[in-house]
Design a protein around this ligand. Sequence first.
Ligand SMILES: Cc1cc2nc3c(=O)[nH]c(=O)nc-3n(C[C@H](O)[C@H](O)[C@H](O)COP(=O)(O)OP(=O)(O)OC[C@H]3O[C@@H](n4cnc5c(N)ncnc54)[C@H](O)[C@@H]3O)c2cc1C
Length: 339
Amino acid sequence: MSLTLAAEHDLTAANTLGLPCVAAHFAAPASLVELQAALSEARVHGWPLTLLGGGSNLILPERLPGLVLQPAMGDWWLEEGEGETVRVHAEAGVVWHELVMALAGLGLWGTENLALIPGRCGAAPIQNIGAYGVELCEVLEALQVVDLADGRAAWMTPEACAFAYRDSVFKGRLAGRVVITRLALRLTRSATLRLGYGDLAARVGETPTPLAVAEAVSAIRRDKLPDPARLGNAGSFFKNPLVKDEQAKRLLAEHPEMPHFRQPDGRVKLAAGWLIDRCGLKGLREGHFGVHDRQALVLVHFGGGSAGELLAFADRVATTVRERFGVTLEREPRLPGER
Ligand SMILES: Cc1cc2nc3c(=O)[nH]c(=O)nc-3n(C[C@H](O)[C@H](O)[C@H](O)COP(=O)(O)OP(=O)(O)OC[C@H]3O[C@@H](n4cnc5c(N)ncnc54)[C@H](O)[C@@H]3O)c2cc1C
């Protein structure tokens, strides 16, 4: 099998915001050998590299120079672990939600709360995906990376990945230096229910299975979030801000109904969507972009807009929140090459 390199490749349909983007060069390597061949090609030509998964957490510019690499290794398999545990190996190109549903269907617990998060396995560790009280790092046993500079493969432990809320070493020190090629996850055959978020418990019945939980999570998400296939979006556009206890107390004195979640480190996590909503911005539309009318944390693209316009719109939303509440919102989706 040989690697195909495409020139002037259109990525408009490859990002869930639907932003128009053309890659100067594009490759979707289907094996480690093909990936290493693509990296050599980039080195020979001096092309900058951009990594692309499902494009659900990226804000793409109109043109990407160099080589865009979308790992397409798409296998996953199981290995018996100790006791009730099962190790799952998943390559970078596996679609995350499809893996979650397949594992849930096999009666394996661990990833069911993370159903319907768009994207591919290779990108899941980048921001340590999380939903419904669970984060990827809780089931991740190890991951394989390939060094973009010399094409060498190595395994990393979760500790080395420095996982935190929507964060990891891949957004910091290792940003733009490695491609994640495989995940090793630890799931279990015995129930590990985490139903504390929202009305999940009410939806799954008396004796839930992993599949029932994954289906309930998917149903709730379908109700709440716009489908990128119909309306361009990147999910939550801002992280939930973490503020100091004093600031949370001041805000709660004024807004006792404000949702807030105390963290083990003493800080308090606020709901960015609630803050945006309280500024009266839910449903706001300006030009090609808007704040979703059911979920204020999601910015939507009605078509015809650019990355620059989106960033300017997001900035207006964040400025309004800062002026009203004194809270700074941090963007979640990233620009290519951003640290
Ligand atoms: C409707 C919707 C709902 C969402 N809900 C959630 C949610 O509940 N929780 C949550 O955490 N996220 C959520 N997201 C965000 C997004 O789905 C996740 O961040 C997902 O992991 C991104 O995967 P991707 O394959 O689309 O990555 P991309 O958007 O393609 O890439 C994201 C980043 O990872 C890098 N990258 C991609 N592949 C690799 C690789 N193999 N190796 C190294 N770097 C790589 C890219 O360069 C980029 O910096 C949501 C998004 C949408 C559109």
